[in-house]
Design a binder for this molecule. Structure first.
Ligand SMILES: Cc1ncc(COP(=O)(O)O)c(C=O)c1O
Length: 387
């Protein structure tokens, strides 16, 4: 059976050049960058080279990047680390949104249990926070704002430059989860009013289990991992040299091609919506609604409600037809829980209960989309007939 992978927001296939770069490290000499001997120095050089390349791509200084085990650790380290440092200044209030990834929401919940005050900003029906509500939520003891860039479930982009401007004007630190936007939206960190930013390699055709945290020079920060003095004492633990090398290769491939990638993914997404609508026009007139913001959005995510068809039923049928999609974030889709993002967007029950996320990337073609759209029309017909 032919298989269709439309779940690139969950994880992406590794680029062959990334695998080759990692294999060279993994099959090469032993490499602990903290060792003083030649083997160690060579490993350190690899990590430094990767750091230089990623920093140049992001427009920051190499010393401002901390390698981590991925987006989740970066989010945890950013929020817990910045909150702990701000607490020393008497600032114990954190602002985030109700549409963040669980890596942010659950971290904030843990901090609330530890005595911090947390405000969860609402989002509008497209998933955007309101700048006015954000400004009004700031208190004299607010120390940190954590708002994501591109949403992983609906693709909505938040106005991070405006939010950062407000944060700066109020002396509040600003963390951005940029895990989903890094691959397609260009920015120069030195020009953004952002203090901390999270990245993950496996969303940009790099390896799983490696990522980075941008920590602008001078940002108050307490490390969450203690041990050796790796990463300038900001994240203890032997570096994942092969993973970091693969991450840098993925960044190199991605930034050299980001504009093209953005355009081609946007085109794929538009084709997908057109083809799906055309294929479904005969399927008992099943209505589809696209969730998220039509203007401010990632190019590769299409969150679609198939009105009247339950999400789980749809996902199960798609899976049986070889089509991989998702009901939202990977961890949410493992359970029957409704997406907290769609709930936060206050969508109608029928939209909430029928939403499926398709996300595109490396290897997807228009031909595949045509095939898959036809298959979906057949599935919809079948479900409708049996209902
Ligand atoms: C927005 C966002 N933040 C954080 C993460 C967690 O990243 P990782 O899987 O690298 O831990 C994800 C992964 O789905 C994500 O989409």
């Amino acid at each position: 059976m032919k298989k269709y992978y439309f779940d690139h927001a969950a994880t992406t296939p590794m680029h062959p050049d990334v695998a080759a770069a990692m294999l060279e490290v993994m099959t090469g000499p032993a490499s602990n960058p903290s060792s003083m001997h030649a083997f160690g120095r060579e490993a350190k050089q690899k990590v430094n080279k990767a750091r230089d390349l990623i920093a140049a791509a992001l427009g920051c200084k190499p010393s401002e990047l901390i390698f981590t085990s991925g987006g989740t650790e970066s989010d945890n380290a950013a929020i817990i680390g910045a909150a702990a440092a701000m607490k020393k200044q008497g600032k114990t209030h954190i602002i985030t949104s109700s549409a963040e990834h669980h890596a942010v929401i659950h971290t904030c919940e843990a901090l609330a249990e530890a005595g911090y005050e947390v405000t969860y900003l609402p989002v509008d029906h497209t998933g955007r926070v309101s700048i006015e509500e954000l400004a009004a939520a700031i208190k004299p003891h607010t120390g940190l704002i954590s708002i994501m860039h591109g949403n992983n479930e609906v693709g909505t982009l938040q106005p991070i430059e405006e939010i950062g401007g407000i944060a700066r004007a109020n002396g509040v630190l600003f963390h951005v989860d940029a895990v989903q936007s890094f691959g397609t939206i260009p920015y120069r960190l030195s020009e953004l009013p952002v203090d901390l930013m999270s990245f993950s390699a496996h969303k940009i055709n790099g390896p799983q289990g490696v990522g980075a945290l941008y920590l602008a020079n001078g940002t108050p920060f307490e490390p969450i991992a203690h041990g050796g003095s790796q990463e300038r004492k900001r994240r203890a633990g032997t570096e994942n040299v092969a993973g970091i090398t693969g991450f840098a290769k993925a960044v190199e491939i991605c930034v050299n091609n980001r504009e093209n990638k953005k355009l081609s993914l946007s085109k794929l997404r538009t084709e997908w919506l057109d083809k799906l609508k055309a294929a479904l026009s005969g399927a008992n007139g099943t209505e589809i609604v696209v969730n998220g913001n039509a203007e401010h959005r990632l190019p590769n995510i299409a969150n679609i409600s198939f009105i009247g068809i339950d999400t789980e039923t749809m996902l199960m049928n798609l899976d049986m037809a070889g089509i991989a999609a998702s009901s939202g974030s990977a961890c949410t889709s493992g359970s029957l829980e409704r997406s907290h993002v769609l709930k936060a967007m206050n969508l109608s029950e029928e939209r909430l209960n029928s939403a499926v996320r398709f996300s595109f990337g490396l290897g997807n073609t228009v031909e595949e989309l045509e095939d898959a759209a036809r298959t979906i029309a057949t599935i919809v017909e079948r479900i409708r007939t049996n209902q």
